[in-house]
Design a protein around this ligand. Structure first.
Ligand code: GLC
Length: 798
């Protein structure tokens, strides 16, 4: 993975005692195997993938990382010793170690774990045997590849035995009913293919066709070696030995294995490969874990990846795929770590972990959250907007005819969760509007998708109909004084009980809905639906009026009211006194008049900004309040309960930029940057965003957690580009409105827009204004350029 033309100029990136970024920022190299928590990589293609931590632990899935887990994994972020492993045994000395720290934790003479975009490599050495173990998922096929290479640095011939192991899950994870699941699993050896196959005749999910507990897991997997195997095993008892364990499987020391395959064993796969290394010699052994709808399909995938050249080409497609996917839109700021995050890591995080894998190491989900993946799909807007559009269609097809929507649903089984959440449906108009501003392509409104409960209706309703129904139901569910009802929660899932009786209100939702009504008033006008345009404008004004009449607490906006009318997020409260989203979205949605916008930003600064970012609320709840919801049940300072909830904390950066507070923008950007944290305090990965960082009411303030699976990833990239660098698609053109941190001397961006490429340089000093291809223009707005052209833009700021 050497540098290529067009790669960013290498600038020093920070390291800490556990690891460092590679020079180009595209790899994170863990160099000490004991960071405070597992530092993972979520490696996925659109259908399948794997999670692997720096210890080598992790698991693999197909189509649904929770319901269709291929290999078993026990979530334990302290021991982190559960997964798919490679053992080496020196056949002469009997010494055994693993090619990653877990599961043996036998001391290694050299260790590095390189997490990259689409792959992870473990580089180890013990007793002068150097090894590199690369893991990746093919760019498209439902196959995972391991490439293992050995170098004998010992100056004498060596005889090794390499054993690759995994434990089959073939279904829902975690299978709490492990003994029950075991009754349906089957493994069988395939000698010519040097493979162990597995399937399960029970899939523990409701099936529309056969009912619960009466359907097979719809996939077959095969785990194969590229080199001749001396032994194969399908039974865990034989592999580990009675009361044995993964750190020291008994079979590794046995010259011959008693095989256990079939339907009556405890399903694993183990393949033992003899490796002879002359002095100074090297060897390569690969493994493929392939999954298909049938044995033939899985075998076919093994065939496709059957040569070293095919597997090398597969890896090359993965790495070049990521490079090309992210190439068209890039930024350069004075902060090299921010660039590494925005250009590569958070977009990789949003695509690989959020949209494709739908999984992290702290959370195995597999489901599509109606609001979640719509927001994540923003990551495609500038680089591949059709994927964002496809996501909108997919979610539209999970909306009911009355305009409400599933809170989440599981692909494969289509199990969906019906709730009284009140914001989910509105993220559809939100994302479609973003798509429209980016592309100007009004035909998206005619895209068709069925409603969940009227799939027979022909033709399928248009996306504009879906959007309209989302608005209709949201506008109909308001309190007598015109504030949206909160129901079982809005964006904040944990406010789960405020409105169960149908009276509790959400002022945040009021701000959000008002902003959307304004946006769609504009869109309806543009497609000639003047009646709707007028109606939406009136509704927006009435809603903004109501929110301002009833939602202002004196120095900031209230969050909402409970069913009994008690306000939430008021200066009179001991805990939960101020909530972030009600302030930031008042600014972002233009519902706050200027004086209130200034006041609520000041309140955010005073009460919520910490050195790790803006808290979601303060002070934290310290005892359960059943009338509010489960947010009050979290330990104080954790997650939504008074932690820095990163998804919302990045919105604060946008709000600060919109309010033109460059100093706060700089502070908040630094605060959420994981790359510069002290790992002893922060714990989490330095290269991706966490879901949350403990707030001041936790004894571990500043500790990050719930990494990878967070909506903040796609948002951070969009906010840095649109609000900090200020390059923002608007109805009339591409707005240039930077709000740089005071310490920044400038910034650059390469960005595609409607067929042209814009090279934008933001420079401080000189007379403020914009030059396009050397000529000054009147406004700071770019009109569409001819397709295929490259436009040079200089934005001078004070
Ligand atoms: C979780 C949910 C997301 C919600 C957020 C705040 O991340 O997946 O939908 O908005 O929590 O409660």
């Amino acid at each position: 993975m050497s540098a290529r033309p067009g790669d960013p100029r290498p600038r020093p990136l920070p390291s800490n005692r556990y690891g460092r970024f590679s020079e180009d920022g595209r790899e994170y190299v863990v160099t000490d195997p004991r960071p405070p928590r597992p530092w993972a990589n979520v490696i996925a293609n659109p259908r399948s993938g794997l999670v692997v931590s720096h210890t080598g632990s992790g698991f693999s899935w197909i189509d649904n990382s929770q319901l269709a887990t291929i290999t078993r994994w026990q979530q334990d972020l302290v021991s982190d010793r559960s997964g798919k492993f490679l053992y080496v045994r020196d056949a002469d000395s009997g010494d055994v170690w693993s090619l990653s720290p877990s599961p043996t934790w036998v001391p290694l003479d050299r260790y590095a774990c390189r997490h990259g975009l689409g792959y992870t490599v473990f580089e180890t050495a013990r007793d002068r045997i150097a090894a590199a173990w690369t893991l990746f998922a093919d760019a498209e096929e439902t196959a995972e590849v391991w490439v293992v290479s050995f170098t004998n640095e010992s100056g004498r011939p060596r005889r090794l035995e390499l054993t690759a192991t995994l434990e089959w899950c073939m279904g829902v994870s975690p299978s709490a009913r492990r003994e029950f699941a075991r009754l349906f699993l089957e493994t069988w050896p395939d000698e010519p293919r040097r493979a162990v196959f597995a399937r399960s005749r029970m899939w523990d999910v409701p099936s529309a066709r056969y009912g619960h507990w009466n359907t097979s897991f719809p996939f077959v997997s095969a785990f194969a070696s590229s080199a001749p195997v001396s032994d194969m095993q399908g039974d865990k008892g034989e592999l580990l030995g009675r009361y044995g364990d993964w750190p020291a499987p008994a079979a590794l020391q046995q010259p011959r294995w008693t095989r256990g395959f079939g339907r009556h064993e405890d399903a694993v796969a183990a393949l033992r490969v003899p490796v002879a290394l002359p002095a100074g010699g090297s060897a390569r052994v690969d493994f493929v874990l392939a999954t298909g709808a049938s044995e033939e399909e899985a075998a076919g995938l093994l065939e496709c990846l059957g040569t070293p050249a095919a597997r090398d080409a597969s890896l090359e497609r993965v790495t070049s795929g990521w490079r090309e996917r992210l190439a068209a839109h890039r930024v350069e700021t004075p902060d090299a770590t921010l660039d590494a995050l925005v250009n590569d890591w958070v977009r990789y995080q949003a695509i690989s972990a959020r949209l494709w894998g739908r999984c992290g190491y702290y959370q195995q989900s597999g489901a599509f959250g109606f609001r979640d993946q719509l927001q994540d799909s923003q990551v495609w807007l500038t680089i591949d907007p059709e994927r964002c559009r496809a996501q909108a269609r997919l979610h539209a097809a999970h909306q009911f005819a009355d305009g409400s929507a599933y809170h989440w649903w599981h692909p494969l089984t289509e199990q969906g969760h019906v709730t009284k959440m009140t914001d989910d449906r509105l993220w559809l108009p939100f994302v479609v509007a973003s798509y429209l501003r980016e592309t100007g392509d009004l035909s998206v409104l005619d895209d068709a998708a069925p409603f969940l409960d009227s799939r027979q209706e022909a033709p399928d309703p248009s996306l504009s109909e879906h959007v309209l129904r989302a608005f209709r139901i949201s506008c109909s569910k308001t309190s007598p004084r015109g504030i949206p009802l909160i129901g079982a929660g809005d964006w904040n899932d944990g406010l789960s009980a405020m409105g169960l009786e149908g009276r509790g209100e959400s002022f945040w939702l009021g701000h959000f809905l008002a902003g959307l009504l304004a946006e769609w008033s504009e869109i309806w006008g543009r497609v000639g639906r003047v009646d709707l345009a007028r109606e939406f404008r009136q509704r927006r004004d009435a809603l903004a009026g109501a929110v301002n009449a009833h939602g202002w607490d004196g120095a900031w906006y209230l969050r909402g009211t409970l069913d009994d009318g008690t306000p939430l997020g008021s200066s009179r409260d001991r805990v939960g006194r101020i909530f972030l989203n009600a302030q930031t979205w008042a600014i972002l949605s233009d519902t706050a008049p200027p004086d209130r916008a200034a006041a609520c930003l000041a309140a955010v600064r005073e009460h919520l900004v910490t050195e790790a970012g803006a808290l979601l609320l303060a002070p934290a709840f310290d005892r359960p309040v059943p009338e509010i919801g489960y947010i009050t049940r979290y330990a104080p300072g954790l997650r939504e309960n008074g932690g820095v909830y990163t998804h919302a904390a990045v919105w604060a950066i946008a709000a600060a930029a919109k309010a033109r507070d460059g100093e706060l923008v700089g502070r908040l950007l630094d605060a959420i940057n994981p790359a510069t944290k002290d790992p002893e305090r922060y714990w989490a990965e330095p290269y991706v965003l966490p879901g949350n960082v403990d707030g001041p009411d936790s004894p571990h303030q500043g500790r990050g957690g719930w990494t990878w699976y967070t909506g903040s990833a796609a948002w951070l990239q969009r906010i840095v580009c649109e609000w900090v660098l200020g390059v923002r698609p608007e109805w009339e053109g591409l707005r240039l409105d930077p709000c740089l941190p005071p310490s920044w001397s400038g910034a650059r961006m390469t960005r595609p827009w409607r067929g042209a490429t814009y090279e934008i340089a933001i420079e401080r000093g000189g007379i403020a204004g914009v030059e396009v291809d050397g000529k000054r223009i009147e406004e700071n707005l770019l009109r569409t350029a001819e397709k295929g052209t490259r436009v040079r833009v200089v934005v001078r700021v004070a």
